[in-house]
Design a protein around this ligand. Structure first.
Ligand code: TRP
Length: 442
């Protein structure tokens, strides 16, 4: 099975070296792995939840799209698109909103932080907080669930959002009785370096300590020379621990070169020489990409085309999922109501045996198969993955009677594999129940 990996990039600023090392470079590397379908998109709807700044969103979308492509993302191989080019994202957001507990969003970190900031200055809790910020996690869940992503590479600050997406997926599946959504998992990039900025703190535009990714070679050099160091003179042994220069160098140099620099620190290398070497390494890695970047941002129509094609390619599957979801929630063609006998069926349904899926206290998934009166026919064996639980149910529904075997302890086996424990009625009652269900569903 193909592993679907999806991540969104919010276009709210100009890409810097920290974005490159922490997100762009690892994502581009991961995107060439075999057996993986990658989805990378510009989360431009998310960019609207901050202060209104249309020119910034516009400009940043151009810069971020050009950066990812310049760094080697291949739009023929991965799905690369703009969130706002997929109307299904907003449609799904609403369907999810309607299964979202308001209290769940009250507990979201970003919203809570905004409330705390208000309270701290004596303002009303919700002063200046938009419903867009409040619903942000639901929009993000829609991004992820629209393509049933398995893995979502994100930073630690986003993990709660992935948990919310799981929650909503599970809730929707449960409420509407189907396996509509896969439960996504956060993939935290442990290996990607957190890059220090000019002042030694984490490189971040909120600290105003960033090195822009695409400055000229000269601008890059000036930035490197402005990275803080201590006042140790040439010849004095220096400590790599806590040296921002060393950490940035390490993110761009081979293990060998890094070891050499560590030795040179101990031997008293001059700060100027460290900076010269760092600039040389940065140039080596970034110069070819910089040329591609310049060519891309000077041909924005080409970028429009690439992004539009990326979205177009995905729309059939997005539409197909939305069609199923609309049907699930009751947004159905009226003609569907006229045909069947509307009263008889629900009455009979109460008497039918049925499968019930649920969550065990340890977080695993399980099912029971009960007869029409609620007596147990079969209890499942417990599954780590909801899909395996669903598959076991599907296998039972499709099973040939003779493929079911009971052992001395009441364990039921299907095609040689344990699938549950029989209820009081044993194998015979189970077989009758399955047959009744099959007859009713035929
Ligand atoms: N909220 C993410 C961030 O600020 C961006 C994002 C939007 C995202 N939708 C997503 C990330 C879906 C992963 C999956 O970084």
């Amino acid at each position: 099975m193909t592993l679907r990996v999806l991540t969104g990039i919010k276009p709210t600023g100009t890409p810097h070296l920290g974005n490159y090392v922490g997100a762009i470079r690892p994502a581009v590397r991961a995107s060439v792995a075999p057996g993986v379908a990658s989805f990378y998109f510009l989360a431009d709807y998310h960019a609207l939840t901050g202060a209104a700044d249309p020119a910034r969103v516009h400009r940043s979308t151009l810069e971020v799209a050009a950066s990812w492509l310049a760094c080697g993302l291949d739009p023929a191989r991965v799905h690369f698109y703009r969130q706002s080019d997929l109307p299904e994202v907003t449609e799904l957001t609403w369907l999810l909103m309607c299964v979202t507990a308001k209290g769940l969003l009250n507990r979201a970190h970003a919203y809570k932080a905004a409330v705390d900031a208000n309270l701290e200055v004596g303002a009303e809790a919700d002063a200046g907080i938009g419903a867009g910020l409040y619903a942000y996690p639901v929009l993000m869940a829609a991004d992820i669930l629209l393509f049933n992503a398995h893995k979502v590479p994100v930073g630690r600050d986003q993990v709660q959002h992935i948990e919310i997406a799981r929650d909503l997926a599970q809730r929707f599946n449960h409420l509407y009785g189907g396996e509509y959504f896969t439960l996504p998992e956060a993939a935290i990039e442990e290996t990607a370096a957190v890059l220090p900025g000019l002042d030694g703190r984490k490189m971040s535009k909120s600290y105003d300590n960033v090195i822009p990714l695409w400055g000229t070679s000269k601008a890059l050099k000036e930035a490197v020379y402005s990275i803080v160091t201590n006042s140790q003179a040439p010849g004095e042994p220096k400590d790599v621990e806590g040296s921002a220069l060393f950490l940035i160098y390490k993110a761009f140099a081979s293990a060998e070169d890094t070891a050499q620099l560590a030795a040179d620190y101990a031997a008293g290398i001059a700060w100027g020489e460290v900076k010269r070497r760092l600039h040389e390494h940065l140039e080596r890695e970034l110069a070819p990409a910089r040329d591609r970047y310049l060519s891309l941002i000077t041909h924005p129509a080409r970028l429009d085309e690439i992004l539009a094609a990326g979205a177009e390619r995905l729309r059939p599957q997005a539409r197909e999922l939305l069609a199923r979801l609309r049907d699930a929630v009751g947004l159905r063609p009226l003609a569907k109501l006229a045909a069947p006998t509307p009263v008889a069926k629900p009455a009979a349904k109460g008497k039918l045996p049925r499968f019930v899926q649920f969550r065990l206290p340890d977080g695993r998934f399980d099912f029971k198969f009960n007869d029409g009166e609620g007596a147990l026919l079969l209890a499942g064996v417990g599954y780590a993955d909801a899909r395996d639980c669903g598959r076991a149910i599907a296998a039972l529904k499709a099973a040939d009677e003779s493929a079911l075997v009971i052992d001395a302890h009441g364990g039921i086996h299907l095609d040689g594999a344990a699938i549950g424990m029989a209820g009081e009625g044993g194998l015979d009652a189970l077989r009758l129940g399955l047959a009744a269900l099959r007859a009713a569903e035929a």
